[in-house]
Design a protein around this ligand. Sequence first.
Ligand code: FAD
Length: 267
Amino acid sequence: MDFAWSDQQRELLDAVGRFASQQLNYNVIENDRDGVFNHDAWKKCGSFGIQGLPVPTEYGGLGMDPLTTVAALERLGYACKDNGLLFSINAHLWTAVTPLVYNGSEAQKKKYLPGLCNGTLIGGNAMSEPNSGSDAFSLTTTAIKKGSKYILNGSKIFVTNGPVADLLVVFATTDKTRGPDGIAAFLVEKDSPGMNVARKLEKMGVRTSPMAEVFFENCEVPEENLLGKEGGGAWPPPSGRCKDCWRPASVMRTSANKAASRSANTS
Ligand SMILES: Cc1cc2nc3c(=O)[nH]c(=O)nc-3n(C[C@H](O)[C@H](O)[C@H](O)COP(=O)(O)OP(=O)(O)OC[C@H]3O[C@@H](n4cnc5c(N)ncnc54)[C@H](O)[C@@H]3O)c2cc1C
């Protein structure tokens, strides 16, 4: 079995590396110090196709398989010095875009995916709550059906991309008595009545990736924005761990190379 990259994969990885080193590495220190998200770099990534790497071409993506996607992201992480931008791309890709690809209706995919792929829209995911972290299924945000809408009430915390997001995948329970099976996901657009992206949270690292607390007070979400089905339970955010693996891997590769070249220069 041949495990080598194909010529096509190699070309993509080289192109990603060139793109990142030539176009993304400016104002990184200043932005990190001031906690500024680089909108311009985000748009450049969208134009290149980064945010749509694993998305089928009919929705505006590049249609790459999972291995090629992760390899391309690893190369991006190796060449791009803005760790916060990488973190935000990950959150967008694995906790908003991919759930939409796998669980979205045709109408939802057509409506949101092209913008999420080309850098026009920013996505995020709101599951954690002040009293619900690792034990995510204990979340208490409610979604009660009223006519053709769901009414959301509750609060979310640590929402990556929250301050800049156009679309959040929000988890809420439609029936507390059903535990995890009562949890459903909703596509909530920014500026939805009753949604308040309240406080930008300060961080010690990856500071260019903004994070917020989000409140829902009788927030109206149209029923067509239910992602997946009610009573389908809290499907695992697909490939969630993927988001946590390639970025440290690429940072480790950069560090190892720097250490090797330093040691070669001093010996
Ligand atoms: C940089 C960053 C970005 C994030 N982005 C998002 C986001 O976009 N959307 C979102 O919804 N959330 C996000 N989160 C929140 C993240 O998902 C939670 O921090 C995580 O689920 C852990 O929850 P917690 O912080 O409440 O810790 P806790 O659940 O309180 O856990 C604290 C510690 O206790 C341990 N622990 C917990 N339960 C047990 C147990 N039963 N037995 C033994 N040990 C246990 C844990 O392993 C951990 O070490 C983000 C967090 C960070 C740090």
